[in-house]
Design a protein. Structure first.
Length: 110
């Protein structure tokens, strides 16, 4: 019984991944610096399986060279938070004279 349940979960996951293009996340930011490279977060398969939607709020400390130093979670479902954090780590901002703190918001919809 346990093996068949595991098989079913894996199969369901594969089906959901194959339909990834129909789901997504939209980002809205209150950034004071211009973003040079923005990576869209992937909608997690687990969240899709649960038909989970929600908003994730993050604060990113951006170094003067435009790379992300750290990310602080301000709110959101942990399943969705992880996807948003992973994407923001690859974002790049315009270089500046000093570090800055950028507020980011992502809306995930199945």
């Amino acid at each position: 019984m346990r093996l068949s349940s595991l098989f079913l979960v894996v199969l369901l996951g594969l089906v959901m991944v194959s339909h990834a293009e129909s789901a997504g996340a939209q980002s809205a930011n209150e950034s004071s610096r211009k973003i040079v490279n923005k990576v869209a977060p992937a909608y997690p398969a687990m969240a899709r399986g649960m038909n989970l939607a929600g908003t994730v709020k993050l604060e990113a400390v951006v170094l003067a060279n435009g790379t992300v130093k750290s990310i602080q979670v301000k709110g959101g479902n942990p399943v969705l938070v992880q996807a948003a954090q992973h994407a923001v780590r690859d974002w790049k901002w315009v270089k500046s004279d000093h570090d800055s703190t950028e507020s980011l918001e992502f809306r995930f919809t199945p």
